[in-house]
Every structure is written in structure tokens, then in C-alpha cells.
Design a binder for this molecule. Structure first.
Ligand code: GLC
Length: 488
């Protein structure tokens, strides 16, 4: 199949969160299954100008009509993600000022409307018409809309698949969006582009895509409930009833995340040889300036600081956790009020706690490898990659039973799991982990199970393959029906 994978973050070119990791690894796994895969993303300056990502022009500047009163210059360059071609979409208005990942998400929707039109335009100009366009998160939401509403005959058989990486971000804008891209206001109804008075990019993508999925089976069920549905639970339940909503667990790049070879680590280790893990623990403690404490497990956190990630729970639990004893390293940036609380916490518990206030991918690897336990008490977690990286590095996760955490971490087997988002439940899971840590055979068995799990893309890439087939079939059936209805 010809598959075009669309994302505004793709690792290693530009990365804010887990979406980039998926966009940087799933396409490779699909290509390995024999598909003709390309990636489309914005031409951020930091990608185009970086000599590591040698790129060449494949479409010189030309005009693309975005709407009745809007023509925009567009050009396309191509770089490679190993053997997967990556199309970089540029214009004279956006993306050029993005010199680092933190600046990817500029406010507004026009750059995404441009991107959607420019992608479809480029497929035609380059004579490469995909069988499936696979879009990710709300920024790409207008691709499936324009694909169908433009009525362009060359795309009649192109199906779209939309993946929700986080339902909390939907992209809501005013009705004028439709005028700008030349769509009739009659489409502004609750069955198509309108949601609570706004044009909602994510909802629109779900309506127009043949198949919608999210990044774990549990999250696919959760988003059909008011607690997790972010006001779209009705739509999600409807899609599920039509066989159009599914959950496919993310994988991780097991070549990049491999404790036997990871170049960021001071020592290497594998399931049958754990000596290097102790070296990593001593080294990371030293690196952040903590003295080891006898019998204390080292707990690690690598995360965006937000209450979604349960980062406030850790502050409430601090005193009781450190008394066990236990030590903790938190690495990440995010909500300023949380960062402030962590700075205070470091002053209050200088022997037990370090807050590393920066984004440093290599140090993150050393935290994954050197810790005994990894904390992810998220209030919701569509999939979560941190727990899978931790497991692969023999670091036992403590998680809340939600989303992808519930699908990858199992109490007493490879981790510790709690149910309700409250201090007592969290602390009781930490205590269970602390006790297990004191009994060597129990602990080593858990570490062994964790490290032997399969976190690769192999299985999930095949599930995506059948999702694409289902999408293509639905497209074909719809097309046949409309031809029949038109008397052809
Ligand atoms: C989002 C979700 C996270 C998921 C990632 C990749 O960042 O919050 O749970 O793992 O997307 O799908």
C-alpha cells in the first residue's frame, strides 16, 4: 500500500512529546512490512538548516489555492528517516521561524489549513496518490475533511485513518475557517464540522476518516465515557458502534531504547547481566549530586510537569515516600507552579530528592537506566511511552490503572498499579514496591519479566496494516454506493 503518514512532530527532526516518537518509528515498521511509506511534516527551519538532515528540493515554490481569497506559496523538500522519505512543506508565512522544538506550536489554525491543502496538492503534482493517508492529532484534522470535500477524482480511492494521541487537545476555531478554505457553511452542523459552536479539527477528522483509532485499547474504551471523553464521548461511542474506533498500543524503537547498546549510559546491561545497572544507578546519583542511602530504591520520573501526569501527587507524597526510605529524581519542564514546588521540595529534602529542570534526552536515558522504580501516576494516559522504556531498562513502573498504562503494567508481575487518583492509593503502591525491593529474589524476578516484555512495533505495525485495509475497504464500499446511487 501507498501510505502517507502526516504529523507535525517527527523524531528526531522535531519533538515535543510522544507523538514524535510514534511518527519517527511506526513508519519505519510499516515500511519493513513492505509498504511504500512517506512522511509529511512542516519544513521547520531547524530541520531544513540542520546539516544532519540533508534535504533536497522536490517541488519548487508554486502557488497553492487554499480558499477563494487565499493563495499561498508552497515548496517541498525531501529528507530521509533512514529509508523512509520525509516531505517537508514550506511556505513564506510559517515554519521558517521555528528554530527549536519548543516553538513548534504557534497559536492559530491557518498554518494547519495550509499544510492540509499543500499536502494534497503535492501528492497530485508528484504523481504519488496514497491508498491511505494516516493523520495524527488535531493539527492534521483538515486533511481528511479537504480530501473528501474537495471532491477531487484522483483521491476517490484514498482512505483516511486518524489517530488520537490525546483527546484533550481538539483545536477549536470560529466558523470563518470554512469561508477561508472555501467550504459551504452548510457543513457547519453537529454531524460534520460543528461542535459546541466551534469548528473542531479533531472532531471533524473523526467524522471524515474511514477509521479512527487511539493509542491503547483501554484508552479507546475510556474515551467513550464522560470522565475521559472531553465532551466527545458520544461521538466516540457512536464510532465504536460502527466499527470505526479501535485502540492499538504504541511500540517503542527497541533499537534506540536498548540498555545493551545505549550510548548515553556509563555501563551496559541486559536481562542476563545486571551488573551494569548498578553502575548506572551509582553514576546517575553522582551526576545529580545525591549520596546513596542504604536500602533506598531510587525512583525516577521523566515527564512534562503537569497534573495530567500526576506530578502534584508526588509532591503530596514526598515526606512519606522519603521516610521509607527512598530517593527520587524528577526530570522535566512544564507548568511553572509545579516547577516551583519541586524547587522547594529539593530544599526541604536535600538527601532524598533532586529536580533536574531541563530537557536533556541523554540524561533522561540515564535516569531510566539508573532508577529502580519509575513513577507514572497519570490521571489519564492515552498510551505512555515512559513506562515501556522503563520496563525495557529493568526499571519497575508504579502507575495508575488508566489508558496504555493499564495495558502494559501488571501488579506484582512487572510493576505496581493503583486505581483511584488519591494519595493513599498512590502511597500504598509505593510501599508495596518498597517491600518487594527488599526481597532480592522477588525483585529480580520482576526485573527479569519487565526486561523480557515485547515493546517493539512488530505486533502493532501489523494491526495498523489491517486497520488500513479496513479503511480502504470502507472507502471502496462508500464509493460503490455513491456510484450506484448516481446510477452508474
Ligand atoms: C500523547 C499521549 C501519550 C502517548 C503519546 C504517543 O503524548 O499523552 O500517552 O503515548 O501521545 O501516542
Amino acid at each position: 500500500m501507498r501510505i502517507l503518514f502526516v504529523s507535525v512532530e517527527v523524531s528526531p527532526f522535531a519533538k515535543v512529546g510522544g507523538l514524535a516518537d510514534v511518527a519517527g518509528s511506526l513508519p519505519k515498521a510499516l515500511q519493513a512490512l513492505g509498504h511504500d511509506v512517506r512522511i509529511a511534516m512542516p519544513a521547520y527551519r531547524m530541520v531544513v538548516d540542520d546539516p544532519r538532515w540533508r534535504n533536497r528540493c522536490i517541488l519548487r515554490p508554486h502557488n497553492v489555492r487554499i480558499g477563494p481569497a487565499w493563495v499561498q506559496t508552497s515548496w517541498v523538500r525531501e529528507t530521509m528517516l533512514e529509508k523512509v522519505p520525509v516531505w517537508l512543506f514550506g511556505t513564506d508565512r510559517w515554519f521558517d521561524e521555528v528554530d527549536r522544538s519548543e516553538r513548534i506550536y504557534l497559536p492559530g489554525e491557518d498554518q494547519y489549513l495550509f499544510l492540509a491543502r499543500a499536502i494534497l496538492d503535492a501528492c497530485k503534482r508528484l504523481g504519488w496518490i496514497p491508498d491511505v493517508i494516516h493523520c495524527n492529532d488535531w493539527h492534521t484534522g483538515f486533511v481528511p475533511v479537504l480530501l473528501r470535500e474537495s471532491g477531487d477524482i484522483v483521491f476517490h480511492r484514498t482512505a483516511s485513518v486518524f489517530t488520537i494521541h490525546n483527546l484533550a487537545y481538539q483545536g477549536e476555531f470560529g466558523v470563518e475557517v470554512l469561508d477561508r478554505v472555501g467550504l459551504p457553511r452548510s457543513l457547519f452542523d453537529m454531524h460534520r464540522l460543528e461542535t459546541y459552536g466551534c469548528v473542531n479539527f479533531l472532531k471533524s477528522a473523526c467524522v471524515y476518516s474511514e477509521q479512527v483509532n487511539t493509542v491503547s485499547p483501554t484508552y479507546a474504551r475510556e474515551i467513550q465515557t464522560p470522565e475521559y471523553g472531553c465532551r466527545l464521548e458520544g461521538l466516540m461511542a457512536y464510532l465504536a458502534s460502527q466499527g470505526r474506533l479501535s485502540g492499538i498500543l504504541n511500540g517503542i524503537d527497541t533499537e534506540v531504547f536498548d540498555p545493551r547498546t545505549d550510548p548515553a549510559l556509563p555501563a551496559h546491561f541486559g536481562p542476563h547481566d545486571l551488573d551494569g545497572k548498578q553502575v548506572c544507578k551509582d553514576a546517575v546519583l553522582r551526576e545529580v549530586g545525591l549520596e546513596p542511602i542504604e536500602g533506598a530504591p531510587l525512583m525516577g520520573v521523566v515527564s512534562r510537569l503537569s497534573s495530567q501526569k500526576g506530578m502534584d501527587l508526588m509532591i503530596e507524597a514526598a515526606e512519606a515516600m522519603f521516610a521509607l526510605p527512598a530517593q527520587l529524581i524528577v526530570q522535566g519542564l512544564g507548568d511553572p507552579w509545579l516547577a516551583q514546588r519541586y524547587r522547594e521540595m529539593q530544599k526541604a529534602f536535600p538527601r532524598h530528592f533532586r529536580y533536574v529542570e531541563k530537557f536533556d534526552a541523554e540524561l533522561a536515558q540515564r535516569v531510566y537506566a539508573g532508577s529502580d522504580l519509575f513513577l507514572m501516576p497519570s490521571s489519564f494516559e492515552p498510551c505512555g511511552l515512559g513506562q515501556m522504556i522503563a520496563l525495557r531498562y529493568g526499571t519497575i513502573p508504579i502507575v495508575r490503572r488508566t489508558g496504555g498504562l493499564a495495558d502494559t503494567v501488571f501488579e506484582g508481575q512487572n510493576g505496581f498499579v493503583f486505581e483511584r487518583r488519591d494519595l493513599d492509593e498512590f502511597l500504598s503502591a509505593v510501599r508495596r514496591a518498597h517491600s518487594a525491593y527488599q526481597i532480592k529474589e522477588v525483585w529480580l524476578k520482576m526485573v527479569d519479566r519487565a526486561m523480557h516484555g515485547d515493546y517493539s512495533w512488530d505486533k502493532s505495525a501489523r494491526e495498523y496494516e489491517s486497520l488500513y485495509q479496513r479503511a480502504a475497504k470502507r472507502r471502496w464500499d462508500d464509493l460503490r454506493q455513491s456510484l450506484e446511487a448516481a446510477g452508474c
